[in-house]
Design a protein around this ligand. Structure first.
Ligand SMILES: [Zn+2]
Ligand SMILES: [Zn+2]
Length: 422
């Protein structure tokens, strides 16, 4: 029986991988411009990190984590990372990055894992680009990460981006928010879905972003988080909005935007491409001033985002972001007769000299090798024939011009290097 890949995963084949590479190059270049350093954390972490850093009353922790028991005597519970912020915060803490001049600005690209119903652009192993700023509570830092995310999408030619913005308050004003929401939903909870009935007790803010139709209808008249902000959160939000205006980044105020994660404070945002399907958010983020403390550190403010790369690539398909097809080898070495030893050395020498060189490995005839070289799109073909080789020469065919000449074998590498301009 043939074994297939697990559901919700994908193979990225070479042609597609070139588009990924292009996307990743844009990320590395942008993050360099914005002063972010790359961080690579493990694919799995202690389960506790996500229980505390993501929050137990979230869909991620309740339904979507790939959790397994490690091996050995004191085996603990491990989880394939479902998101990147908690691991980066853990790394910041564990490596003492708080001792560096603040803020510390980090970014990552990598796979995340969530047990979710697979659909277009949504996988169980998916990739995110995320950026985080630790140690800055200035709303200008919030504006910077938003600008970075928006610029990334623009660089890739994505059109029709909408920035949705909200503030979810802080530990001081959140209780007021909760109280007002509980008061509102208590009277209507029988009409809400089962998830929201649980949320009413554990995390009432999350009822605001429930996707069920019945719940959408009920929350129409619900109190807005922004109306409950304390003075400090209100001022932070106002400053952020002014910075976005200064940066010419338009936004929509969206009181329903609460994000699924418990550690978010103040700013919450989402980037949406309307009409891009049911899951039209391509990324989001916000401030998480409570996170580092939640996972056992001191109180360190933080703000960041995570963007879905599969969805970004899907949107890149229509229009910009096209990548030219891979060029063929610069040189293809063909053997005629018993010249395989010479060909083997020649290919190695060409590659060592920085030329893209290849050869046949399936025992094709001379004619078939020539045809194969043509199919690969080889620029030059070197034909190593027995007779010519006795005179120290090989034949060189310029595939574009269709011309064939003879060159001394020992001069071949230099000759070709000049020919391709290397
Ligand atoms: Zn507040
Ligand atoms: Zn609901």
């Amino acid at each position: 029986m043939q074994i297939s890949r697990p559901r919700g995963t994908s193979d990225i084949l070479p042609e597609e991988a070139r588009r990924w590479r292009k996307l990743e190059n844009v990320i590395h270049e942008l993050c360099r411009l914005y002063g972010y350093g790359e961080i690579r954390t493990p694919i799995f972490e202690t389960t506790d990190l996500f229980l505390r850093g993501v929050g137990e009353a979230t869909d991620i922790v309740e339904k979507e984590m790939y959790t397994f028991k490690s091996k050995g005597k004191r085996a603990n519970s491990l989880t394939l990372r479902p998101e990147g912020t908690a691991p980066v915060a853990r790394a910041y803490l564990e490596n003492g990055l708080y001792a560096l001049p603040q803020p510390v600005k980090l970014y990552y690209i990598g796979p995340m894992f969530r047990y979710d119903r697979p659909q277009a652009g949504r996988y169980r192993q998916f990739h995110q680009f995320g950026a985080e700023i630790f140690g800055a509570d200035d709303p200008a830092a919030d504006a910077e990460v938003i600008a970075l995310a928006m610029t990334f999408f623009k660089k890739l030619g994505l059109k029709g981006l909408e920035l949705h913005l909200n503030s979810v308050g802080c530990p001081e004003c959140r209780p007021v928010m909760r109280e007002k929401l509980v008061e509102y939903f208590n009277l209507r909870i029988q009409e809400c879905c089962q998830d929201c009935r649980n949320r009413l007790v554990k995390n009432p803010l999350r009822i605001l972003d429930c996707k069920e139709d019945s719940c959408r209808e009920i929350r129409r008249g619900a109190p807005s988080p922004v109306d409950c902000l304390c003075t400090e959160c209100g001022a932070h939000f106002e400053h952020l909005r002014r910075y976005l205006d200064l940066l010419n980044i338009p936004y929509h105020l969206n009181p329903r935007l609460v994000r699924g994660l418990d550690y978010y404070t103040k700013t919450a945002f989402e980037i949406i491409i309307p009409g891009a399907g049911a899951q039209d958010a391509v990324g989001g983020g916000g401030r998480y001033d409570g996170l580092v403390q939640e996972i056992g550190g001191r109180s360190v403010p933080g703000v960041g985002f995570a963007l879905g790369l599969e969805r970004t690539l899907l949107l890149m398909l229509d229009g910009a972001g096209e990548v030219a097809t891979a060029p063929g080898p610069e040189v293809f070495v063909v053997t005629a007769g018993e010249t395989r030893d010479t060909a083997t050395r020649l290919v190695a020498d060409l590659r060592a000299a920085g030329l893209v060189a290849d050869r046949d490995y399936t025992g094709r005839s001379l004619k078939a090798q020539m045809k194969y070289a043509g199919k690969l799109g080889a620029r030059y073909v070197v034909i190593v024939g027995e007779d010519e080789l006795r005179g120290g020469r090989v034949a060189l065919k310029d595939m574009e011009a269709g011309r064939q000449t003879e060159v001394y074998l020992e001069e071949m590498v230099d000759f070709l290097r000049r020919a391709v301009g290397k």
